[in-house]
Design a protein around this ligand. Structure first.
Ligand code: G
Ligand code: G
Ligand code: MN
Length: 443
């Protein structure tokens, strides 16, 4: 798809392609980079308005193109410049890699019709969304960057990606912000059931987005984005508030239940979190012991000392913590004993296979024993059939969660499920049938 245009039409054509690339990236999470390359020694041949200079320029364009991906574009522009458009940049560091490759690959002499010219490229860079969100903005930025590099007698300025909070997609950002304000988010609830007491001990709140055009969007599709943009903070507060409100309703009906809410790394790094949780608990009237916060191993690792301080403050309020997706993160065995957690949730990737796969079952059994030896409650997630549940019971697992019991469902269905199975306060010791799956409220 790499295209080559003549210098005269190159500028307009290139700008158009940059514009189209930005429009696409607006809805995605990739970046777009514009590189402007100027070859010092080529001023004359490329600048001259002649057949020779154009074919010479085209030869260089072809050479550059060989080092790029199919989706990238190389154009011969005016002023002895070559434009490179990188459309689908997944990793910000790739931009510097491409620049380095261009500099090392194209520095050797090139042969024109009558002379050998040493190539000394300079490169300027403009990146969406870091530097601008318009094609002209990116081109201006790349031109300025190039001029600066030339003035400083450097080959290029190193592109420094904006780290946290980099806005990858303005449209999503705007829509997601509105989703919170316009109440397009809603919660589903998935029960956790105690194997020894055969009662519902609590629900995990899982957020969904009812998008006006795209329908229901699952969290996998917007949480990573919310995390990148910082929107995860107001979103989590919203989830906490609604989850507590629902928990309060259940508690008022004398159902002694806890509610679990997932936190992300960003939440844990915010200093205000303990106060905010304290305020939300106070406003909702839910007993702190009935709130459980799920955190992952990897969300702790960025700044463990600080996160542990935050966790301890929240723990002092009486709120419980569990480690979610246990076994998939960077191992934090060193921290496991230092964290104020009360339970671990074994990741569903291990649980799913325990009847078929001996390795998985050994891992699951070992995690259960490890948890118990540390005085922790152990929950298995992703329980999809009765065999798995019975095996977990043999392994002395404390609680189970998964499609076999119930998918995440709305509050009314969750309440129905509760009344069917009983909780600590209802005193209805209904047993979970072993011969057939429980009625799935979704079907
Ligand atoms: O609900 P399930 O469908 O698809 O969730 C997918 C992922 O999204 C899980 O890893 C889950 O922990 C996460 N998730 C769901 N709801 C929330 C939420 O309210 N906050 C955060 N941070 N993650 C959530
Ligand atoms: O990361 P976390 O554990 O918070 O994610 C919970 C996710 O697991 C949600 O997406 C939820 O829909 C999903 N889930 C819950 N029970 C099951 C199950 O039995 N099987 C599978 N495959 N996914 C499940
Ligand atoms: Mn979870």
């Amino acid at each position: 798809m790499t295209q080559i245009s003549t210098a005269s039409e190159g500028n307009a054509e290139f700008a158009l392609q940059v514009r189209q690339a930005i429009q696409l990236a607006m809805y995605g999470t990739t970046q777009v980079a514009v590189l402007l390359i100027k070859f010092d020694e080529l001023k004359h041949p490329l600048g001259a308005d002649s057949q020779t200079s154009t074919s010479f320029g085209n030869a260089i364009v072809l050479r550059i193109r060989n080092g790029l991906r199919e989706s990238d574009t190389v154009s011969l522009l005016g002023n002895g410049q070559i434009g490179v458009l990188l459309r689908l940049v997944q990793n910000p560091q790739d931009i510097n890699l491409v620049i380095t490759r261009l500099l090392t690959q194209h520095i050797e002499p090139a042969q024109t019709n009558d002379e050998v010219v040493a190539l000394a490229p300079r490169i300027g860079v403009g990146v969406f969304p870091d530097h601008s969100e318009t094609a002209n903005g990116l081109l201006d930025r790349a031109r300025n960057d190039l001029a600066q590099a030339i003035a400083a007698d450097k080959t290029h300025n190193v592109y420094i990606p904006q780290t946290k909070g980099r806005i990858a997609s303005r449209l999503w950002m705007k829509e997601l912000r509105q989703a919170i304000v316009k109440d397009q988010l809603f919660l589903t609830f998935q029960p956790k059931v105690s194997l020894s007491r055969q009662q519902v001990t609590g629900f995990e709140a899982l957020v969904r987005w009812q998008h006006p055009e795209h329908g229901i969007i699952m969290p996998d599709q917007f949480i990573p984005f919310a995390e990148r943009t910082g929107l995860i903070i107001p979103m989590t507060l919203w989830v906490l508030q609604r989850a507590l409100q629902q928990c309060r309703a259940w508690n008022e009906s004398h159902l002694d239940l806890s509610i679990a809410v997932n936190l992300s790394m960003w939440n844990l790094e915010a200093q205000e979190l303990p106060e905010q949780i304290e305020a939300l608990l106070r406003d909702s009237g839910v007993a702190p012991k009935n709130l459980e916060l799920e955190i992952t191993e990897s969300s702790i690792m960025n700044d463990p000392e600080r996160v542990i301080r935050t966790l301890k403050k929240i723990r002092e309020l009486g709120v419980g913590f569990s480690i979610d997706d246990f076994g998939t993160g960077y191992s934090s065995f060193a921290y496991l004993t230092k964290l104020p957690v009360s339970s671990i949730k074994i990741d569903k990737s291990f649980v799913k296979n325990i009847e078929a796969d001996r390795d998985s079952s050994v891992v699951v059994k070992s995690i259960i024993d490890l948890g118990h030896n540390l005085g922790l409650k152990v929950v298995a997630e992703g329980v999809e059939n009765v065999q798995t549940m019975e095996l977990l019971r043999n392994f002395q697992c404390d609680e189970v969660q998964g499609y076999y019991l119930s998918r995440p469902v709305n509050a009314d269905m969750a309440t129905k499920f509760l009344l069917e199975y009983g909780t600590a306060a209802t005193d209805r010791q209904t047993t979970i049938p072993v011969d057939r799956p429980p009625a799935n409220p979704l079907h």
